[in-house]
Ligand binder design. Sequence first.
Ligand code: IDP
Ligand code: MG
Length: 155
Amino acid sequence: MQRSAVLVKPDGLQRGLIGEIINRFERKGLKLAGLKMTKLTDQQLDEWYAHHKDKPFFPKLKGFMMQTPVIAMVWDGLDAIDTIRKLVGVTKGREAEGGSIRGDFAMSVSNNLIHASDSIESADKEINILFADNELFDYASAVDLLIYSEEERGA
Ligand code: IDP
Ligand code: MG
């Protein structure tokens, strides 16, 4: 099983899409391991988006991400990182495939509603930035018996 960090960004919160986004993850069969509302700090965003720090859009991106609190989540599942990236869609909303979150609800390359980890390394980093160990939960899910095969449950 893998863990992925997900944020509902300020535009998702303002547009009332928190429930819609969580609903898609739940329906898919992903398991919620942690959830909080938090206001990202300048320092957290420098770390979170370190690989974008030289991009021209970096200062605006930080400002956008600090406009309101965000909803931070950790979701568990088999190959959760790639699976969630597919549910989210490509960065530019107007190019994202219909059926994906950005494809269904976003038009912008910057105001694209949601963040999702893109690798195991970034998931580890992002989870550490936002969650303490005692804020993450590992619990038996009754529906995992239906969602995965026996072999997959052992993976
Ligand atoms: P991702 O969120 O799909 O992984 P990244 O390329 O990692 O996309 O970029 C991080 C975030 O920075 C994007 O989600 C978006 O909010 C913003 N961003 C990316 N590219 C641009 C751009 O060309 N102009 C403005 N903002 C951008
Ligand atoms: Mg990214």
